[in-house]
Design a binder for this molecule. Sequence first.
Ligand code: BTN
Length: 256
Amino acid sequence: MITDIAASTSRGLKTTFIGQKVIYYPALPSTMDAARQAVRQGAADGTVIIAGEQTAGKGRLKRAWLSPPGSIALSIVLYPGLSVLPYLVMIASLAAVYAIEKAADVKAQIKWPNDILVDGKKAGGILIENEVRGDKVDFSIIGIGINVDLDVTAHPEISSIATSLKSQRKDLGVRIIRSLLIEFERLYIKLPDGKTIFEDWRDRLVTLGKKVKATSGRQVTEGTAESVDQSGALYIRGADGKLTKVVAGDVTLKGE
Ligand code: BTN
């Protein structure tokens, strides 16, 4: 069974390196830590760690991430160059959106910087951990979580903001993962030219043109989300006309 899931993910997968090696665990604290462990053991570029369930899933900004059985929880090991780092989040969120649309046949969007939305609610998220020394990247771990069969009503802490793809099809999870890995590699090998990736990511952002509240550490910025730049930063125009650059953090769309 265990090898079945790893094998059915990578069998005949039309990629050259992403997902050619898949390691599946029925349950893990977090695929992020298992991926670090795999790196220490010499994991090849593109190795994918998948968990059937995470008991201590990690979200952005040190939040917890729920991933009971039925959810997609995976991490991809990469050894990229430094100039590639700003694009990883764009590639991961675009790959997740394309995979959900292809495999689940629903429309998906991105909320800055990398929340995956379906019907305006969060259906997935991306967590990236980079290990950088000087101007050299030792490794990057791209964590992707997608709610597939998650009963959000059973989790009051997320029930108003989250959603799940909830499918009748038993193999939807594997189909999304396979599509995700193909899309990820297709976008990744376009680099170092990230221009089209940036433009595609920008065009999928539900955030632009909306009234938003951005929280970055203790700094709160309110206004209209005006634009993003190639580093991924968001520019918000306040009511006083001042333009503020937000590099990282969380955004709430007004009315949410
Ligand atoms: C977010 O806060 O939106 C990011 C969520 C990222 C969750 C994924 S699930 C696979 C990987 N392992 C983790 O522990 N977290 C990421």
